[in-house]
Design a protein around this ligand. Structure first.
Ligand code: GAL
Length: 630
C-alpha cells in the first residue's frame, strides 16, 4: 500500500467535475470545500474531450487553473486519466475502437465507456493522454494520487477482442488440444482444429460453452488489467512517488478479478451504492474491500447522498450519510469520498445529486456534509489499529463466475446471494467477518464460512481440510461448493467432489425446489436440496424423506440447502441478534445505531436513535462521545 504523501489522517471529498461550470463557480466550490473540510477531490475523471479537443491538440489551461485554485485552498487532487470516456472525435476516427455487443451491434458514442479495451488505437490514445497529463502535472503540489480510468468493467466482443482472446488462450493453455480438453469441445462438435476458429462467446443459437465463458471473463479481467498497467507504468515513470489506483465496482456482471487487481493498485479503492438495506450492504462492501486490500487500509472512492431502492432514487435520511460513512471508516476505509461534489444541472446524471445539491449549500444535505467533514479528523486516531475479525468468509470471484454457468439446474441460485447471506447473518449477530481469498491462512479464525464455492482448486480443498483438522473453530460449507475444477468441469464420483472426504458425505443428486420444505428440526429449506449420503458424518437435520440435509463431520458442517437467516444463525450457534453495529479496532469500539430507538451500548452509555460513538474497551469511556440524535 502507498498512501499519498502529506495527506494525513482520513481523506474527505469527492469527484469534482468543474468543466460543467463557469469559472466563477469554481471559486465558490473551493470556498465551500474548505467550509466542509474537504481535503481531496478526484478530478478529470471524464474530461478527455475538454483536455484533448482534437487529436493531439491539448487544452490544459483550464485544468491548470483548477489545480492552482485547489492548491491555494489546501485541497489535494486525485487526478484521473480520463480514458473511460473517449471523445466523439476519437470514436468517429476509430470506429473499430467502439464496443461490440455479444449480438454483434457496434455501439456508438453518446454515453460513456463506449470503447474496446483491446483496440490498438484506443490503447495508444489512452497511453498518450496519460503521458501528457503526467508530464504536465508531475510537479504540481496539489497532485496526491492518480485515479486511472473509472470502474473497469466494459465487455466487448469485436475482432480486436477475438485476436487478443486467442493470444491469451495460447498463453493459458499452450496447445490447442489442451484448450479442447479444458473446454470439453468433444461435446456438440465444438472441436477446434485451428486457433483462428476460437471466438469470444458471441451470440449463438443455444447454450454457450461454460468453460469458454469462464475463460472469457478471466481474459477480460487480464486485458483490462494490462490497460491499467500500461497507464500505471507511464505514471510511475514520471511521478515515481505518487500512488496509482482505480475505483473498483462489483456485481455479477463485472469481469474484474479484484484479488488479482488488488496486487497491482497502490491502494484498493471501491465505489459503493447501496440499495434496499444500506447498513448491511455497506458493511459487506467495506469488509470485501478490506479483504481485497488484505487488511491494509483502503479507500471508499465513491458513494452518494442518495440510495437506489428498486424503481426509486431516494435521498438518504437525516444522519444516514454520516452513519454509512462511519461504517466504511470503522471497517478500514482511510476516508470518505462521494460522487460528486456538486450536483449537475444537465447531462446524463443530473438527478444523481451531490455533496452540494441543486438547492445549493443552504440545504440539509450540505449541512450534514459539513458536519461529517468536521467529525472525520476526530476519528483518525481510533482508525490506527487494525479491524478485529473473528470470522472469515471465503470469497472467490472466479467461483462466482463459474456458478453463472449456462444451463445450470436452477436460475434461483446466486453466488452473491449466498455470500451476502453469510455476511448478513454474522453482521446481524454482531460478528465482524473478514472476506478472504480461498488461499488465505485461516488459522486465526473461530469460524470459517464457505458459501457456494463452486469452483475449488486442490490447494483450496487442502487448506480447508487443514482448518477442519487443526483450526480452532467451526467450518461451514454450503451447497454447491467444491463441484468443479479450474476449467468448470465437474469433479466426478459424487458431489462435492473436492470436499467429500473433509465433509464425510457423498451427494448423489441435486434437487432444486420451487416450494420450500420443512426439515425435521422445524427449519425451512428453500431453493436447493440434495440427496446426501453419510460417509462418516452425522446428520444434524433431515429432509421430509429422511435423507440428511445438514451434516457434521468433526468441526466441519455441511449445509445442502438454503436456510432462512434465523435458522442459519442457529446452526452457527450465534448469540442474540444485536441492535447496533459494532466494529472493534484495537481497544476502541465503533458503535453505530442505524435504528429508530435509543440503545444501550458498552460502558452503560445510551446511544440515541441514529447516533454513533467510539468507546474505549474495556473501560467503556467514550473516545468520541455519543452523538446527539441525528
Ligand atoms: C459510479 C461512477 C460515477 C457515477 C456514479 C453515480 O458508478 O463511477 O461516475 O456514474 O456511479 O451514478
Amino acid at each position: 500500500m502507498r498512501w499519498p504523501k502529506g495527506l494525513d489522517g482520513l481523506c474527505y471529498g469527492g469527484d469534482y467535475n468543474p468543466e460543467q461550470w463557469p469559472e466563477e463557480v469554481w471559486h465558490e466550490d473551493v470556498r465551500l470545500m474548505r467550509e466542509a473540510g474537504v481535503n481531496l477531490v478526484s478530478l478529470g475523471v471524464f474530461s478527455w474531450a475538454r483536455l484533448e479537443p482534437a487529436e493531439g491538440v491539448h487544452d490544459f489551461g483550464w485544468l491548470d487553473r483548477v489545480l492552482d485554485l485547489l492548491h491555494e485552498g489546501g485541497i489535494r487532487v486525485n487526478l484521473a486519466t480520463p480514458t473511460a470516456s473517449p471523445p466523439p472525435w476519437f470514436s468517429l476516427a476509430h470506429p473499430d475502437a467502439l464496443t461490440v455487443t455479444a449480438g454483434g451491434s457496434r455501439l456508438t458514442h453518446g454515453s460513456r465507456d463506449t470503447y474496446c479495451v483491446a483496440a490498438p488505437p484506443y490503447r495508444a490514445a489512452c497511453a498518450r493522454i496519460a503521458r501528457a497529463l503526467a508530464e504536465r502535472y508531475a510537479d504540481h503540489p496539489a497532485l496526491a494520487m492518480w485515479h486511472v480510468h473509472n470502474e473497469y468493467g466494459t465487455w466487448c466482443h469485436c475482432d480486436h477482442v477475438a485476436a487478443a482472446f486467442r493470444a491469451w488462450l495460447r498463453r493459458r493453455h499452450g496447445a490447442l488440444e489442451a484448450l479442447n480438453d479444458a473446454w470439453t469441445t468433444a461435446f456438440w462438435s465444438q472441436h477446434y482444429s485451428a486457433w483462428e476458429q476460437v471466438m469470444p462467446p458471441r451470440a449463438t443459437q443455444y447454450l454457450p460453452n461454460p468453460s469458454q465463458v469462464l475463460d472469457f471473463r478471466r481474459f477480460l479481467s487480464d486485458e483490462m488489467l494490462d490497460h491499467f498497467r500500461e497507464q500505471k507504468a507511464i505514471l510511475r515513470e514520471l511521478t515515481p512517488d505518487v500512488p496509482v489506483t482505480t475505483n473498483f465496482v462489483f456485481g455479477d456482471w463485472v469481469p474484474v478479478d479484484q484479488w488479482k487487481w488488488a496486487q497491482e493498485v497502490d491502494l484498493v479503492a471501491i465505489d459503493h451504492y447501496p440499495g434496499e438495506n444500506p447498513p448491511e450492504e455497506t458493511a459487506f462492501a467495506a469488509d470485501l474491500a478490506r479483504g481485497w486490500a488484505r487488511g491494509r487500509p483502503w479507500l471508499l472512492m465513491e458513494q452518494a447522498v442518495v440510495t437506489y431502492t428498486g424503481p426509486r432514487m431516494v435521498a438518504k435520511r437525516p444522519g444516514e450519510i454520516t452513519r454509512l460513512s462511519l461504517s466504511h471508516v470503522a471497517r478500514g476505509s482511510r476516508g470518505v469520498m462521494f460522487f460528486q461534489w456538486r450536483a449537475s444541472r444537465g447531462g446524463a446524471e443530473l438527478w444523481h445529486n451531490g455533496m452540494v445539491p441543486h438547492a445549493g449549500p443552504d440545504s440539509r444535505i450540505f449541512r450534514e456534509i459539513r458536519d461529517l467533514g468536521a467529525l472525520l479528523p476526530t476519528l483518525a486516531e481510533a482508525c490506527e489499529a487494525p479491524v478485529t475479525a473473528t470470522a472469515a468468509i471465503l470469497w472467490d470471484t472466479e467461483a462466482g463466475w463459474a456458478l453463472q454457468s449456462p444451463g445450470f439446474p436452477s436460475t434461483e441460485v446466486n453466488y452473491l446471494d449466498a455470500v451476502r447471506q453469510a455476511h448478513r447473518v454474522l453482521y446481524r449477530h454482531g460478528v465482524t467477518a473478514d472476506m478472504v481469498h480461498p488461499s488465505a491462512d485461516l488459522s486465526s479464525y473461530d469460524l470459517v464460512i464457505v458459501p457456494s464455492l463452486y469452483l475449488v482448486s486442490d490447494e483450496t480443498a487442502a487448506g480447508l481440510r487443514r482448518y477442519a483438522e487443526t483450526g480452532p473453530g467451526t467450518l461451514l460449507v454450503s451447497f454447491l461448493s467444491g463441484i468443479a475444477d479450474e476449467h468448470a468441469r465437474i469433479r466426478l464420483g459424487g458431489y462435492p467432489g473436492a470436499l467429500r472426504d473433509l465433509l464425510g458425505i457423498r451427494v448423489e443428486e441435486f434437487h432444486p425446489i420451487g416450494d420450500p420444505v420443512t426439515l425435521d428440526t422445524g427449519d425451512t429449506a428453500s431453493v436447493w436440496t440434495e440427496h446426501v449420503h453419510l460417509a462418516g458424518a452425522e446428520a444434524l437435520a433431515r429432509y421430509p424423506d429422511g435423507t440428511p440435509a445438514i451434516t457434521r463431520h468433526g468441526r466441519a458442517l455441511y449445509l445442502s440447502t438454503r436456510l432462512d437467516d434465523d435458522a442459519y444463525a442457529r446452526l452457527l450457534g450465534l448469540g442474540p441478534a444485536v441492535t447496533v453495529e459494532t466494529v472493534r479496532r484495537g481497544d476502541r469500539l465503533f458503535v453505530i445505531n442505524h435504528g429508530d430507538e435509543e440503545r444501550e451500548i458498552p460502558g452503560s452509555l445510551l446511544l440515541p436513535p441514529g447516533g454513533y460513538a467510539v468507546v474505549g474497551i474495556p473501560g467503556g469511556s467514550p473516545a468520541i462521545p455519543p452523538s446527539e440524535t441525528m
